[in-house]
Design a protein around this ligand. Structure first.
Ligand code: HEM
Ligand code: HEM
Length: 180
């Protein structure tokens, strides 16, 4: 499949939508009350799992879009930057998937009854299982920190391109760049 030179509008919309959803999701995760045995989920947990499921759907759609509309790295970049940026982009997809799936499994093993934004019952992947829940809780936290580390690297690289190299990498993901 031939690779396009620029990100199209859908790729840009998906990119910034995921940024907004993650900017909502992390604070809810950190601020919501810690979980104790026998506790029932409140409003923050309902919002956390609902935004989390939305993120999972959006990242899967975005990944399908990326596979069917591949974009070449900026040709003026040195080979090591083209390779490392592509590697970090792939790892970002994997880390978002891992964080959402471990979170969903953890919520499922609690045996809770939740709703998706109070609209309809939240689909669960498994039934009550305290032992499995303890294992998967650690994995959700590991995935969430791995994702955060990748985001720091990714955003740090974008800042270096803006302020050190002063090239047009940031413009590739902003509105206005040709969508060919
Ligand atoms: C990329 C998406 C997600 C991010 C960034 C995220 C982030 C977080 C964060 C920061 C915490 C707090 C844990 C800590 O203290 O370190 C947390 C806890 C939790 N998350 Fe997520 N989460 C995501 C998706 C999900 C999904 C999809 C679900 C369920 C459907 C979920 C269920 C939970 C549960 C049940 C907890 C409580 C764990 C505990 O307090 O021990 N998360 N999440
Ligand atoms: C303020 C925060 C962010 C900035 C400034 C930013 C900037 C950029 C830029 C400039 C590109 C284009 C790089 C190129 O190919 O030349 C890009 C691509 C990309 N970004 Fe971000 N980004 C941010 C946050 C995030 C977050 C939170 C994620 C988490 C999933 C993410 C995931 C990606 C991915 C996967 C690509 C590759 C394009 C694609 O696969 O659709 N970005 N970003």
């Amino acid at each position: 499949m031939t690779r396009q030179l620029h990100y199209g509008t859908p790729a840009k919309v998906f990119h910034w939508l995921v940024v907004v959803l993650l900017a909502v999701q992390y604070p809810i995760g950190w601020l919501m009350p810690d979980i104790h045995r026998g506790m029932q989920p409140g409003v923050p947990m309902t919002l956390h799992v609902s935004f989390g499921l939305t993120l999972l759907v959006v990242i899967v759609l975005r990944f399908i879009w990326r596979l069917t509309h591949p974009v070449a790295p900026e040709s003026t970049l040195p080979a090591w930057q083209r390779l490392s940026s592509e590697a970090v982009h792939w790892m970002l997809y994997v880390a978002v998937l891992a964080t959402t799936l471990t979170g969903w499994l953890f919520a499922s093993f609690r045996g809770w009854t939740l709703t998706f934004f109070y609209l309809f019952p939240f689909p669960m992947l498994a039934s009550d299982n305290a032992a499995a829940g303890r294992v998967i809780d650690g994995l959700h936290q590991a995935a969430e920190w791995l994702l955060l580390a990748l985001i720091v690297i990714h955003v740090g690289a974008a800042l270096v391109h803006i302020y050190v190299y002063r090239d047009r990498i940031m413009q590739r993901m902003l509105p206005g760049e040709p969508s060919v």
